[in-house]
Write a protein that binds this ligand. Structure first.
Ligand code: NAD
Length: 314
């Protein structure tokens, strides 16, 4: 049994990580200030005496008593609506929050895993994106607050590894979907699902020809835990290379929900990436990992969650 700290543990991905770590028999301490997450995401775990949820703003301090084997740093606004509304908080949690989480790992001699993002590649000029690609990010555009916070987090993580010998790992997560996403968080899948299920127009940005590669949350968590349990430093891409246009995604969600909603086109956000597809050769060869949930199967599961939680859909 390991003792693992998960910052952002009450968020979408953090809650799935806590759930899987507990299912594997480990002890988990989730630290979260509920900025974009909610204790409801981990309500079902509260009965477990190996789970603890502590309200903490990791930009202020990170303190945990006793031994800690692993620190997973997932705290950060992550959806476009969130980080555009919370630009300073996003930069603080990527910088000060990462510093404090790394400090905890150093103090405890724990393995540290940073949740980074495919957004470090920006609007990529290399396709698909291997980990060796340095990216094409606009630092002064509105999305820069998220992309650059994550790029800073990666650099700080490597500095702690090189300077203090902390055992670190960086995962670059590609667009993930699944239960406990918020319907109004500004990401394409929850937006399309809510619109399709309520008969509202499905709003596709631009002409919808920009591409995305979406991964179902169970596959992502499996990849992250394989990285955690390896000695790889990364960065390692974890995503599903199955790439489709955003218009195709909207059409698929419309068909799977049997919706009569019409598809309408709205302006593209500033610096919206034109293409996105992970090169997962490294995860395949070094971790023996690859996604196993099919495109429609994953979407069906996420849509089932939104259907089962109609109160969330408006
Ligand atoms: P989320 O918003 O659901 O979860 C983030 C959690 O961090 C929330 O519970 C929030 O309250 C918490 N948090 C934010 N600031 C905090 C602070 N200062 N102190 C303590 N807690 C704080 O988002 P998510 O989709 O679960 O993303 C989790 C992580 O994974 C993020 O770091 C994100 O950048 C990364 N990521 C996610 C995706 C994706 O597709 N979901 C893709 C790439 C990277």
């Amino acid at each position: 049994m390991t003792r693992t700290v998960v910052t952002g543990g009450a968020g979408f991905l953090g809650s799935h990580l806590c759930e899987q770590l507990l299912a594997d028999g480990h002890e988990v301490i989730a630290l979260d200030n509920f900025l974009t997450g909610t204790p409801i995401n981990v309500e079902h775990l509260m009965e477990n005496d190996r789970f603890k949820l502590v309200k903490t703003d990791v930009t202020e301090y990170v303190h945990v008593t006793g031994e800690v084997d692993q620190v997973l740093h997932f705290a950060s606004p992550a959806s476009p609506i969130d980080y555009l509304e919370l630009p300073i908080e996003t930069m603080k949690v990527g910088s000060l929050g990462t510093l404090h989480a790394l400090g905890l790992a150093k103090e405890k001699g724990a393995r540290f895993l940073l949740a980074s993002t495919s957004e470090t590649y920006g609007d990529p000029q290399v396709h698909p994106q291997p980990e060796t690609y340095w990216g094409h990010v606009n630092p002064v555009g509105p999305r820069g607050v998220y992309d650059e916070a994550k790029r800073f987090s990666e650099a700080l993580t490597m500095a702690y590894r090189r300077t203090h010998g902390v055992d670190t790992a960086i995962v670059r997560i590609f667009n993930t979907h699944g239960p406990r996403m918020r319907p109004n968080d500004g990401r394409a899948i929850p937006a399309f699902a809510s619109q399709a299920l309520t008969g509202k127009p499905i709003t596709v940005a631009g002409d919808g020809s920009q591409t995305r590669s979406i991964i179902y949350v169970d596959d992502l968590i499996d990849g992250i835990l394989k990285l955690l349990r390896s000695d790889l430093a990364g960065p390692v891409n974890i995503g599903n290379p199955h790439e489709t246009s955003v218009l195709f995604l909207a059409e698929t969600i419309k068909r799977l929900t049997g919706s009569d909603s019409e598809i309408v086109f709205i302006p593209r956000p500033t610096d919206d990436p034109t293409v996105r597809q992970p090169d997962i050769t490294l995860a395949r060869t070094e971790l023996g990992w690859e996604p196993s949930v099919g495109y429609e199967e994953g979407l069906e599961r996420t849509l089932a969650y939104f259907k089962a939680h109609p109160g969330l859909v408006r």
